[in-house]
Ligand binder design. Structure first.
Ligand code: SF4
Ligand code: SF4
Length: 349
């Protein structure tokens, strides 16, 4: 595996060269908080921020996405026919995505890119994207990624893993896409054996700095029905105000809603992020709501992340331990505690 060394004083020039061929996304400050957004011509990604408020899932799954358009103008031969919206899928690169977030996109891929169905919007965006990750040298107090099959130097889902070495970056090239990006940016100086050793030391120190341990080892063998009917869900849900924050900040939440909007003769079909924490999300046209109660919705969120997904795909939990929901929940509902309770649950016989 090739590892490239990049001096920080050459970093900006390299990114500027890459901009000729890629649309760049990266962490930037918007008002009070950091989020991933397309970088303007003269804008640099902020490589210091560890946990942006919203995850970079929007780079392949926008919060609002135009899917289809149609004209209602009956003088046009294609009137009332929905056609795929004209979206730009030219090459793009997400700079500074953290390993747990890249791992999350890899997990979400299991849902949007199956052998029976490929979501064309998600897949085209994903295919066009090169993920240039940045290892987490100093994990936040909310990070529990090492318990959730990820970690501060996790490489899954990444094309390049950058490691901040203070005066420069080491870039571990993981895929042909990553190699093409690095070549395009003009980064080609090979790292030395000493650099690689230092990188391993940073990795070990970062992993050891995560002290929160969440237990997941029993989840697979637990009975789905036992967990579903467990008595602890009322307690877990008691303080929830169904604000939906946990789902919007989560890098693995993928629920969406589809809306058609018409202005004059132009109709557009949009897809918008939605949330299983909202009662409207499951409200049927008949008025029936299979998850009309708060406890049912809270249970759904945790069961999906920690049991249904695990059982269906056998690729670990649908939580990567980024800690965003823990940090953002206004009433301190903590998935680490819920996961431990689920993992330890034994039904009364
Ligand atoms: S952030 Fe907390 S209060 Fe809001 S929906 Fe999620 S669990 Fe409930
Ligand atoms: S459930 Fe919470 S900790 Fe897990 S990936 Fe989502 S936001 Fe991060």
């Amino acid at each position: 595996m090739k590892v490239i060394k990049i001096d920080k004083n050459k970093w900006t020039k390299g990114l500027d060269t890459a901009r000729e061929s890629y649309q760049l996304f990266g962490p930037v400050k918007i008002k009070e908080n950091h989020c991933f957004a397309p970088l303007k011509r003269d804008q640099q990604p902020d490589m210091t921020v560890v946990d942006t408020v919203l995850s970079p899932k929007s780079t392949v799954f926008p919060q609002t996405e135009k899917l289809m358009t149609a004209t209602l103008d009956t003088s046009k031969p294609n009137h009332h026919l929905m056609e795929r919206a004209d979206t730009d899928y030219s090459p793009r690169a997400v700079i500074g995505i953290r390993p747990f977030d890249a791992r999350a996109i890899d997990l979400v891929k299991l849902n949007f890119d199956t052998k029976d169905h490929r979501d064309p919007y998600w897949c085209d965006a994903h295919d066009a994207t090169t993920f240039v990750g940045l290892a987490v040298n100093t994990p936040s107090q909310f990070d529990f990624s090492t318990s959730m099959d990820s970690g501060p130097f996790d490489e899954k889902g990444l094309d390049v893993l950058l490691v901040d070495m203070d005066t420069g970056y080491l870039a571990k090239i993981l895929t042909p896409k990553g190699e093409a990006f690095m070549a395009c940016a003009g980064f080609n100086r090979e790292a030395t054996a000493g650099d690689l050793q230092k990188m391993e030391e940073l990795k070990k120190a970062a992993e050891q700095a995560i002290t929160t341990q969440v237990e997941t080892d029993n989840l697979r063998e637990k009975s789905l029905l036992d967990l579903h009917q467990a008595p602890f869900w009322d307690d877990v849900a008691f303080s929830c105000i169904n604000c939906g924050t946990c789902t919007f900040v989560c890098p693995t939440c993928w629920c969406f809603d589809i809306q058609d909007e018409t202005k004059g003769n132009n109709t557009t079909r949009f897809r918008n992020w939605d949330s299983c924490m909202s009662p409207l999300f499951t409200l049927h046209g008949s008025g029936h709501n299979p998850r009309g109660e708060k406890t049912q919705r809270v249970r759904q969120r945790f069961m999906h992340k920690l049991k249904y997904f695990l059982d269906k795909y056998d690729q670990g939990t649908m939580c990567v331990g980024c800690g965003r929901c823990v940090k953002s929940c206004p009433v301190n509902i903590d998935i680490r505690e819920v996961c431990n309770v689920m993992n330890a649950y034994e039904p009364q016989k």
